[in-house]
Every structure is written in structure tokens, then in C-alpha cells.
Design a protein around this ligand. Structure first.
Ligand SMILES: [Zn+2]
Length: 208
């Protein structure tokens, strides 16, 4: 399994040598998949998935969290999956402050939500209203890290990568989808159809 993963990552990297190729990759997103997926290493099924992005050629790969830890030394996913698990078990619990920063950096939270959560993150006693807002923000973590929203993100990114070589394409709509997906954690059915139509119309292939 080890060789399969390094081989697949090398195919997507600019460098032909593992030691430098692995440095090309950065953590981008983490998501939890209810649907069973396979890792680049061939391991099946995996549920904790990291989306990693190559700094030099902008390619995207989806790898199981354990492989990302083991072979690429990328540990960003661990805290996110720990928070997803904690919040899913009990919606009154808090995500960690690192995960709150992650959501905020990805523009998944409003200024109010970020500030509110920062204030209450260690408080045990909350008013009913505060608890309600907290649960709503916890739901944002779950939505943002769902397979559904991440498959939309990866499609949006494919279109944006394709657009670099196709400057006549107006990116405005795609950028508005990206923003909306960040804010709501998912695309509406109409938006999903519109995105799929663009991909079909322009015959956009991942990694092409
Ligand atoms: Zn793997």
C-alpha cells in the first residue's frame, strides 16, 4: 500500500523524487464521508479524507487521513476529525479553537459567528439562546466538512484550474458559487446542476 500511494502522489507531482515531491503538497480541506471511498493507496473504505493541493502545479488529491499523516507528515486533519466526532456525539460540546480558526480562514463563518464562538468556546453555562447559536455554528462545521460540500469544492477548483488556460471563460459565476459554498457549507440543487452543466459543456476533466 505504501508504494501505491507514493507512486500515485509522484504521478501528480512535478518532482520525480519522493523526498522533494512530498514537499510540494499542502493541506487544503478535511472531510468526513458517509459514502465509502478509497484512498490513493488503494485502502478501502476510508471515511476521514484530506484534500491536499500541490503548490507548484495546483493539482488536487484526496487521501485518507492516516496516509496523509504517515507518508506526507501532514497532520492538519487530525484535529478537525476529532472535533467532528466530538460535536457529532454531542452538539452542545465545542469544536477546538484550531478548528474554529480553520473554519474562519476558509470563510465559512460570519464575523459574528466567529466572535461569538471565540467568546463561548470554554464556557459551560450558556443561555438557551446562546446554546442555540452554538449548535447552529457546530452544524456549520458538520456541513462544511461533509462529502457533499467537498465534492462541490473540488469541482469548483477543477473549473478554476481549467480557467487559467482558458482566459476567455468568465469566472464570475464560478467564484460566486465558491463563495456561496463557503458561506452555506453546500450548494443548492440548482447551483449543483449549473456547475455540472458548465463542466459538461466545456468538457473539463480533472488533472487535464
Ligand atoms: Zn491510504
Amino acid at each position: 500500500m505504501h508504494f501505491k500511494l507514493t507512486e500515485e502522489i509522484l504521478k501528480l507531482s512535478d518532482s520525480k523524487y519522493w523526498n522533494s515531491a512530498k514537499l510540494e503538497w499542502n493541506f487544503e480541506y478535511a472531510y468526513y464521508s458517509e459514502e465509502l471511498q478509497s484512498c490513493l493507496c488503494g485502502h478501502y473504505p476510508i471515511k476521514n479524507i484530506c484534500v491536499i493541493k500541490n503548490k507548484t502545479n495546483k493539482r488536487i488529491a484526496e487521501v485518507g487521513n492516516c496516509c496523509v499523516n504517515k507518508f506526507l507528515g501532514i497532520e492538519d486533519g487530525n484535529k478537525i476529525f476529532a472535533s467532528i466526532k466530538r460535536v457529532k456525539e454531542d452538539f452542545t460540546k465545542s469544536m477546538s479553537s484550531e478548528v474554529l480558526e480553520y473554519l474562519n480562514n476558509k470563510k465559512a463563518l460570519s464575523n459574528f459567528e466567529y466572535k461569538f464562538y471565540t467568546d463561548i468556546i470554554r464556557k459551560r453555562k450558556l443561555s438557551e439562546k446562546q446554546l442555540e447559536i452554538k449548535k447552529r455554528i457546530n452544524q456549520k462545521l458538520i456541513d462544511f466538512t461533509s462529502y457533499e460540500s467537498n465534492s462541490s469544492f473540488s469541482k469548483i477548483n477543477q473549473v478554476l484550474i481549467w480557467a487559467v488556460d482558458n482566459p476567455q471563460f468568465d469566472k464570475g459565476f464560478i467564484l460566486s458559487l465558491k463563495e456561496s459554498c463557503h458561506k452555506k457549507g453546500r450548494l443548492s440543487e440548482k447551483q449543483k446542476i449549473a456547475l455540472d452543466n458548465i463542466i459538461a459543456k466545456f468538457k473539463i476533466n480533472p488533472f487535464s
